[in-house]
Design a protein around this ligand. Sequence first.
Ligand SMILES: Nc1ncnc2c1ncn2[C@@H]1O[C@H](COP(=O)(O)OP(=O)(O)OP(=O)(O)O)[C@@H](O)[C@H]1O
Ligand SMILES: [Mg+2]
Length: 465
Amino acid sequence: MTGRVLIVDDDQSMCELLQAGLKRRGFDPVYRTNPEEALRLLDSDDFAVAITDLHMEGMGGLELCRRIAENRPDMPVVVITAFGSMETAIAAIRAGAYDFITKPFEMDQLALTIERAAKHRELQDEVKRLRMAVNESRKFDEMVGRSRPMQEVFDLLGRVAETEATVLITGESGTGKELIAKALHNRGRRSEGPFVAVNCAAMPETLLESELFGHTRGAFTDAKASRTGLFVTASDGTLFLDEVGEMPMGMQVKLLRALQERVVRPIGGNIEVPFNTRIVAATNRDLESEVAEGRFREDLFYRINVVRVHVPPLRSRASDVLLLAQHFIEKFAKENTKNVVGISSPAAEKLLAYHWPGNVRELQNCIERAVALTRFDQVVVEDLPEKVRDHKTTRVIVDSEDPTDLLPMDEVERRYILRVLEAVGGNKTQAAQVLGFDRKTLYRKLERYGAQAQQNPPVVAVNGH
Ligand SMILES: Nc1ncnc2c1ncn2[C@@H]1O[C@H](COP(=O)(O)OP(=O)(O)OP(=O)(O)O)[C@@H](O)[C@H]1O
Ligand SMILES: [Mg+2]
């Protein structure tokens, strides 16, 4: 786009003159003698700057400025006017022109004006980009992550937050599913409404049903008064169905019906109550295999799996570990009014070597404890829990002179395959490519090494919407 200039003038010879002059000065000029055509060109093409004559047959230059300002507000327009009167110049600026130049003019003078307009635009674009970056990181203010998989998660969240789509968040325990559910709510159109979370694993079926759908007075022995269900309580807001994979079968049928009909029937009642609630669900189970094994209803699965956000385990996003550690150090130092500002590099190495089966929650607990324990202004190895401190770094190649430290070829291969899988975020096709195996060979080897073939599913999948 740099240097591309659109010239609009109904005088063909003037267009040719300007084009030749600007070309000689290093611009890439295109001209149109018809303003309507120029506007059409702008629909499909981008230019750094447009220059237009003021007096033209049909649509005049002022009108053209107005139309460009409406449709392409970031494109500066320079107006050429034969009448050096202040009024026309002011009218042009009012109409949205960036600058004007009066005939007769020197080519160099025009070139300078165009350059200034282009610079102005670059600056504006840059400011816009920065502002967007700042807003972007603010929108997920609680959430830290700069690894590629997390950037993809944030990107997807940004796209679905403002929709009404049902979102299913999957990921291992402690990866941040609830935080994501809240972020979806806070960023969505329903942020003024309530965010209601319910843990589907924590209650027996009847209790869960009455929690979700409500009950009438006397519906069961303890029902001294009627009670509104959470589906209705969360109207105009978001209902977060946590651990949805643990929901009893009988309840799954009722949930499906509620989601399809957008109404709930309180226990003991025979009226249906409509709700206007966005549903976000989460699970750390592999719902596809739960469905395959008959523990989760397939129809319900499709109902909630409209947009899928998969949160990758912490071990597959090494670049987030220290970022999160720092985030938690600051958080807990502040909470405990302790002067801890960072982490020593040997301690940082330990954090990076550990595989974090409890994911971000485990890292958070580990840092909370370390900040409480440390006698220094930084977290040191001694402040870390034993299992983190003593974790044997699974280096692929062990660099040692001691023969008993050295590894058999099989073990090297196993470690290397896992290492590559981690690096590609679990994408087996990509891993196979890196390793120079075909997929079948990779699967065979994974099976042989007892590596869970389920490990690290693809980072993000969007179905529908
Ligand atoms: N990206 C992140 N940035 C900052 N804090 C995070 C991030 N991810 C998770 N946390 C924190 O880690 C803890 C665990 O997160 P959360 O409860 O959302 O996990 P979860 O996936 O719902 O876990 P579970 O499956 O066990 O319910 C929370 O205290 C949360 O604030
Ligand atoms: Mg949770």
